[in-house]
Write a protein that binds this ligand. Structure first.
Ligand code: HEM
Length: 470
């Protein structure tokens, strides 16, 4: 029996079966460079929808076990590797398939609050128990304003093969579902003196700090990055819950299309650099919590000089003089601020981490060598995705990011992702003393949905008569 309250030990004799029952991309990212996110609305022919999903599961969906095998093969042989696929359902999707209300997935972890199930059951269009400042649904991109029942996530290192897979998946779906929209993501990279790194559109290394739910992965990170101040290990329950219909385990997923105004972000950093009399690189690191090449604003060292630094904790900077409280990575993973400032248990803070699996979207001609275009204000951003065992894990982060009062009143919003119509000016460490300067509203939510990544048993069971999985 696998214990969800611990990280998975790959040497456990049950680990193989456990991973074979799970979809890939949850306990470990799929790692492909190109993605397609096919968002669909289920049709009236429910048996056809069930057959379509069961066929997807049988022919395309990559289990966590298969994903591990594919990664090993990719490391051994290189090349484009194998295509990846997963499918996630919204609550309306579960209902459409005939799953009764009491078998719709619910959060199941020690800190789950009585209303936490509402996020998934009601969907993203309905404000949940925590407050964020998303634009009204009427301002979301048109495809996101209506019902979305499922998303098929396809990924590949070979972009042309991905085009062909999307075409095939959409053809197979005919008569079962209507495609609402298809988003495309692609990994952005930039050369730094310390290597070529994956970045997001504001220009900072991304995908560095992740909770690790496989014991061997966590041990490897600690061996290379160090583990004196920060332990990346996470129990499987951080992202997985039992699937009430059909057995096995699944995970709640947040999907949000976040547009980035790169031009405005860059202008604000230039202005702040003048006001604080500090180099742009330093004020940028205070906004994000890391320099562009991923070096944390709180000094740290790695064991392996080539490793991405992540061994730090804010007990090393309790006043926020290196990494201010409003820095993006301090708002979203406060590494000790929650117990120190608010007095909540450290275990609660760690249980509110999320597993990020987002990917950038949109073209950047200005980043091409010799490119002359201006930095974009629209049309680029992040297809934000994260997995968790309770959507409150994401909600508490988004609420804190949008709030002027987390971790304490007056801190101001997250300087990277904070959305607020009345942002308080944050306090920034300047060359002498501090300065007040407001940085907010560079990221705009364009639409999204809460999903659940069902277990393989649930998906396979859809081939049976309705009721079998319900
Ligand atoms: C366009 C929107 C976003 C951008 C540009 C962005 C950018 C970044 C960057 C540059 C990092 C540092 C690298 C790393 O640790 O991986 C980071 C980390 C992180 N972000 Fe975001 N992010 C965005 C949206 C979000 C959202 C919506 C959330 C959750 C509500 C979030 C949660 C986190 C977390 C938890 C970390 C890791 C913090 C840590 O463990 O130290 N991000 N993000």
């Amino acid at each position: 029996m696998i214990d969800l309250n611990r990280a998975l030990d790959l040497d456990d004799p049950d680990a193989g079966d456990f991973l074979a029952g799970l979809q890939g991309n949850i306990v470990k990212g799929h790692g492909r460079d190109f993605t397609a996110h096919v968002l669909v609305r289920m049709g009236e022919d429910v048996p056809a929808v069930r057959r379509w999903l069961a066929r997807l599961a049988a022919e395309r969906v990559t289990t966590a076990a298969a994903a591990r095998r594919a990664t090993r093969a990719w490391h051994d042989t290189g090349g484009p590797g194998e295509p990846f696929a997963m499918v996630v359902l919204s609550a309306s999707g579960y209902r459409h398939l005939g799953v009764p209300e009491d078998r719709i997935p619910v959060p199941d972890e020690p800190f789950a609050g009585p209303r936490d199930g509402e996020y998934f059951r009601n969907g993203m269009k309905v404000p949940g128990p925590r407050t964020f400042n998303d634009p009204p649904v009427a301002e979301w991109e048109e495809p996101y304003r209506g019902r979305i029942d499922a998303m098929v996530l396809l990924a590949d290192d070979d972009e042309h093969r991905l085009d062909a897979t999307v075409h095939d998946v959409v053809t197979e779906a005919a008569g079962a579902v209507e495609v609402v929209t298809t988003e495309r993501g692609s990994v952005l990279r930039k050369k730094f003196p310390r290597g070529t790194l994956v970045i997001e559109h504001f220009g900072y290394q991304d995908g560095v700090s992740q909770p690790l739910m496989i014991r061997q992965d966590a041990a490897e990170e600690i061996r290379r990055r160090g583990g004196t101040h920060w332990d990346p290990t996470a129990p499987l329950a951080l992202a997985l819950v039992p699937e009430p219909a059909g057995g096995g385990h699944g995970s709640f997923m947040v999907f949000r299309k976040l547009e980035q105004d790169v031009a405005a972000f860059r202008r604000a950093l230039d202005d702040l650099a003048v006001v604080a009399s500090r180099p742009v690189a330093e004020v940028g690191a205070m906004a994000v919590g890391r320099f562009e090449d991923g070096t944390p604003a709180v000094p740290t060292v790695t064991v392996d000089p080539d490793a991405d630094p992540n061994d730090f904790h804010y007990d090393q900077d309790p006043a926020g003089s290196r990494c201010p409280f409003h820095a993006h990575i301090r708002k979203t993973n406060p590494r000790g601020d929650v117990p120190r400032v608010i007095g909540a248990p450290a275990a609660f803070e760690r249980a509110r981490r999320v597993v990020r699996r987002g990917i950038t979207y949109g073209e950047r001609p200005d980043l091409v060598e010799g490119g002359v275009a201006d930095a974009p204000a629209t049309g680029v951003g992040l297809l934000f995705m994260c997995f968790q065992g309770n959507l409150d894990q994401f909600a508490i982060q988004q609420e804190g990011a949008d709030s002027n009062a987390f971790v304490r009143p007056g801190v101001g919003v997250d300087a990277v992702i904070g959305q607020n119509t009345a942002p308080a000016a944050q306090t920034w460490p300047a060359s002498t003393g501090t300065v007040a300067f407001a940085m907010a509203n560079f990221v705009r939510m364009r639409g999204g949905e809460y999903f659940f990544a069902p277990s393989m048993a649930f998906l396979r069971g859809l081939a049976d008569a309705p009721g079998a999985t319900a």
